[in-house]
Design a protein around this ligand. Structure first.
Ligand SMILES: Cc1ncc(C[n+]2csc(CCOP(=O)(O)OP(=O)(O)O)c2C)c(N)n1
Ligand code: SF4
Length: 298
């Protein structure tokens, strides 16, 4: 008899503590499957955010470092620069990533950090009981928008993939839905690509997963999937926004300002994109990572 379904070794043999029908469980499962498939479990450091995904502490069977709310990409940056041989990934909710942590994710993406960020967008603050997030849809009810979100006064829902694709550095920017088996397969494919980018030193990958929160949406799991189909996916349209094969390089040549000989190192950096021995030594001394000799602007 062949085995069709078994627990990935990157998941602990515990009952899930996520609510019934919550797609955090599906996301956890496919991330763990990819880690097992790539044989990188021993090299993984997962940066835990704040939100329902802190339940990862009792779910993942991986090395984990917890971060303050929204700070996972900054913590992941530090870890990856100090330990370039580890594979570092964040798994963050939309309250964590798109609200309190907006600056950290945008800066990490712009720097082209060689990390993998997986973003679970359920368009609400789940863990704290259903407050409005930057991603809450127009008309969607939340405890802080009891008649439904209005654009006047709170703005339109923030689309993170569309923001991040504007930077030069990110190698992969993709949005997938976990509502359907096809969506789950596509998400698994993009997550794998995101880890491979990091393993091969290409730079920053961002994979958004559209998820649900039946509990704070006050819906059954089935109703929450219908909501995703009719509402969430109409505004957050799944797709691949960037998928670049070549590693992130220093594109700054031609855009730098010449300081007229004030500081030869600054001048060299602005005028010459090719890595010099001095720059490489400097980069290594500051924990240059698997992008090898390529200098990262800091
Ligand atoms: C500095 C700080 N501010 C606020 C909180 C309260 N808090 C905990 S989880 C959370 C929202 C998490 O929502 P999200 O990231 O969307 O994840 P979900 O629970 O929906 O998966 C907030 C505001 C906190 N823990 N720390
Ligand atoms: S509160 Fe929402 S996001 Fe959190 S585990 Fe429950 S269903 Fe999932």
């Amino acid at each position: 008899m062949s085995t069709l379904y078994k627990r990935p070794v990157s998941i602990q043999p515990n009952a899930s503590s996520y609510c019934s029908g919550c797609l955090h469980s599906t996301a956890t499962r496919i991330i763990a499957e990819v880690i097992d498939e790539l044989g990188i479990r021993e090299r993984i450091i997962h940066v835990l955010p704040v939100g329902c995904s802190t339940q990862g502490l009792t779910t993942w069977d991986l090395d984990i470092i917890a971060s303050a709310h929204g700070r996972a990409p900054a913590v992941a940056t530090g870890i990856k620069r100090c330990r370039p041989d580890n594979i570092v990934f964040c798994y963050q909710g939309d309250g964590d990533l798109a609200s309190i942590g907006l600056s950290e994710i945008l800066c990490a993406a712009n720097r082209g950090e060689n990390i993998t960020v997986i973003f679970a967008n359920n368009s609400i603050f789940g863990m704290t009981g259903g407050q409005m997030a930057p991603t809450t849809l127009i008309g969607q009810k939340a405890t802080t928008a009891i008649y439904g979100r209005e654009a006047l006064g709170t703005g339109m829902p923030v689309r993170m993939c569309e923001l991040i694709r504007e930077f030069d550095a990110p190698r992969l920017v993709a949005r997938c839905t976990l509502r359907t088996p096809q969506g789950i397969r596509k998400a698994r494919e993009e997550i794998k690509k995101g880890f491979l980018n990091q393993i091969e030193g290409r730079g920053f990958s961002f994979i958004e997963l559209l998820t649900n929160c039946p509990t704070t949406w006050h819906m059954s799991p089935v109703q929450s999937l219908e909501f995703m189909e009719k509402q969430t996916e109409k505004y957050f349209v799944p797709g691949v926004f960037a998928d670049k094969d070549e590693p992130f390089a220093d594109y700054s040549a031609g855009y730098g300002v010449s300081f007229g000989g004030a500081d030869s190192r600054t001048q060299g950096r602005n005028q010459d994109a090719s890595p010099s021995t001095e720059k490489s030594a400097d980069n290594k001394a500051r924990g240059g990572d698997a992008r090898g000799e390529k200098e990262v602007a800091r």
